[in-house]
Design a protein around this ligand. Structure first.
Ligand code: CP
Length: 322
């Protein structure tokens, strides 16, 4: 593995999940694999889980991890080729990225979309420019359209739950449901979850959202899509709750009907489903207290598994670049 920016870099998903679960069982198994190597974690946006889980994972592999909050502490970066830099940007990515590539053996980058211009966001200009100019393997810590470490974690968590249940559930029904929110959010987590569940191929996958919240078809193709949330939830084994803004009329909130919030009453439609969310979550907006605090919620287990997803990916990259 030379980079990790989408499911297309994952290779065999089940093998990567097994590797992550192996690290969960034995975190320090490869504690010298990354000895003498450094990983840079560059944040152009806030984070709790991604930042800390990746640091822990790198430490488990013997690497030094350095976090750089580019948005707050770095020079304002320019990403456009040929830009005349007479405005607010101070340093071109062409100049900054190769320097970072000299300091680090692996670079990890979080860069959210603007939600202003769909073509710009979906071109993935920022992470693509880092990859082009830094000269070392790049791991996405969430880019403009995808969040692959989160999605790998999600598959790990689903497989972990399934493995602890009676063998009857071997092809689970997984529902991704839109939820209300107070502000427009990126489509990254939903795009990425859809991409990974479709690629994994071991579930009946349903996506439900209000009208006009269609995600990009390249990510959802293969899933059943319905605007009827109750119908979607019927007999679900896993319900993944997430808000996203509109894709077609880009970056808008069209409706925020609180009826879309997942409640205990709605959970009764499911097969006692496990409830997932990538966090952070707006309580009693996206998900009710009663659901989040119930035994159905596996959001903490899910967030904890972020370490093992990151460790499996870093390990694969270290082994490929020995
Ligand atoms: N799920 C997730 O990426 O969390 P953070 O934004 O806190 O990193």
């Amino acid at each position: 593995m030379n980079q990790f920016t989408s499911v297309h870099d994952a290779g065999n998903i089940n093998a990567l999940v097994e590797k992550a679960l192996m690290y969960k069982a034995n975190p320090l198994k490869d504690k010298t694999l990354g000895a003498g190597k450094r990983i840079g974690l560059l944040f152009l946006n806030p984070s709790l889980r991604t930042r800390l889980s990746t640091q822990v994972a790198a430490g488990n592999l013997g690497m030094d991890a350095i976090v750089f909050n580019v948005d707050k502490e770095g020079w304002a970066l320019e990403f456009e080729e040929g830009a005349i830099m007479s405005g607010s940007t101070v340093e071109h990515i062409k100049d900054a990225a190769p320097v970072l590539g000299n300091y680090f053996d692996i670079l990890c980058i979080r860069t959210f979309p603007s939600l202003k211009n769909r073509d710009d966001d979906y071109s993935e200009l920022y992470i693509t420019q880092f990859i082009k100019y830094c000269g070392v393997p790049v791991i996405s810590l969430e880019s403009a359209t995808l969040h692959p470490l989160q999605s790998l974690t999600d598959v790990i968590t689903i497989k972990e739950v399934i493995s602890r249940q009676p063998p009857a559930i071997r092809r689970p029904k997984i529902v991704l449901t839109w939820a209300p929110h107070v502000k427009p959010l990126p489509q990254c987590v939903a795009n990425s979850f859809a991409q990974w569940i479709n690629a994994w191929g071991e579930a009946d996958f349903v996506i439900t959202h209000p009208q006009d919240y269609e995600l990009k078809e390249a990510f959802t193709k293969g899933a059943t899509i319905t605007h009827n949330q109750d119908e979607a939830l019927k007999d679900a084994d896993f319900v993944y709750v997430k808000n996203w803004s509109t894709y077609n009329d880009y970056g808008k909130i069209y409706e925020n009907d609180p009826e879309w919030m997942l409640t205990e009453d709605k959970l009764k439609l499911t097969n006692n489903a496990k409830v997932m969310h990538c966090l952070p979550v707006r309580r009693n907006v996206e998900l009710s207290d009663e659901v989040l605090d119930s035994a159905n919620s596996i959001v903490t287990q899910q967030a904890a598994n972020r370490v093992w997803a990151a460790q499996a990916v870093i390990s694969e990259i270290l082994k490929s670049n020995k």
